[in-house]
Design a binder for this molecule. Sequence first.
Ligand code: 5AD
Ligand code: SF4
Length: 440
Amino acid sequence: MADPKKLYIRTYGCQMNVYDSERMAEAMGGAGYVETGDAAEADMILLNTCHIREKAAEKVYSELGRLRGLKAANPDLKIGVAGCVAQAEGEEIMRRQPLVDLVVGPQSYHRLPQMEARVRAGEKALDTDFPLDDKFDTLRMRPKAKRGPTAFLTVQEGCDKFCAFCVVPYTRGAEASRPAARVLEEARDLVERGVREITLLGQNVNAYHGEGEGGDWSLARLIRALADIDGLERIRFTTSHPNDMTDDLIAAHGDCAKLMPYLHLPVQSGSDRILKRMNRKHTAEDYIRLIERIRAARPDILISGDFITGFPEETEADFQATLDLIEAVEYGQAFSFKYSTRPGTPAAERRQVDEDVKAERLHRLQALITAQQRAVQDAMVGRTVGVLFEKPGRLPGQMVGKSDYLHAVHVSDAGLDVGDLARVEIVESGANSLAGRVVG
Ligand code: 5AD
Ligand code: SF4
């Protein structure tokens, strides 16, 4: 038998792309490919791209430029662009970069094996359809190989919210949920293969409404059914919109022991005027009241968020309102970005804020967030938390895992294995992680 061909995938962007890359590797496994971590030995390179900000898209073009040398060294090398840049700019990429053989959008990658056959025959292949056949059905049978203790599982894709800055509703399309039975089946399969923690993914995951027994299921109902799976110890979900934070989901945070006390709930701005201009359909006050209700259900929950600085027409007073909201919420984690103009979105047409103002505001916002994150992390010292160990640490006998609150925790204990879930007393808070000792 001929040696298997080698596939190198580089993943940009969000966790949904990480999940998609795994599924693309599986699809290509069926076409005789094994994955490699070394682009230089690959027979095919796929860039799984992100389109959310301008920089993310630019990176793809510069990475393609760098691949020119590899293609010169190996004329049989095939290069493909997948993901959201492929979806949005597929034809332009093929025009601009002749070394690209294949362009595949996030809804069509189950067709990769057929596309690969075409490019091997010397054709170019482009597929950015939103096909009626369900890619998840076609990809249902993941190979039964053992895998690490944590996994992503996409349950929902697309978004109908149309925030004025965001390309997702255009690149990932309308909101769609997978049937509950399919999700449960995939989760059971993952658990059989050694997974103990599943993070449910969706661009708007708490808008989940997959068909299930007795009608559409909410995300809370899905989480409760997943919690019944023996061997699955931890459940997380991301990313959520405040307006889809339903009472049953808030209640699940209070009474479902396997649902971890961490919630990523982006608000983007603390100014009502800007929130309105962003088409967020909630006020700063709504958000703060919502956080209060979530904390009433689960007082120790760690709140995470996303922020944009310098959205069109944002004034210093608007920005100050964002800092005030951050002060009021106390975040344990946050991601923040300068507003990036995305052609085709409503905000792209409005009066833009100067780059240096965006940058200066981002700097101030990040200083506040960093201080809050640090305070929340430091307050873990002395507490006993669950830790799921994911990999050996740098020192001999050391293991690194994630706490219930998603902090990295390292422990020196020769008795630990990858996949162990232990009670750990936190003894020290370092620059980017906590140190602890196993207590049970
Ligand atoms: N500019 C800057 N940040 C953006 N995000 C989405 N679109 C843009 C944009 N055009 C951020 C939002 C979102 C996160 C995934 O990316 O904060 O929650
Ligand atoms: Fe984009 Fe999220 Fe807004 Fe949807 S809810 S448009 S994915 S920022």
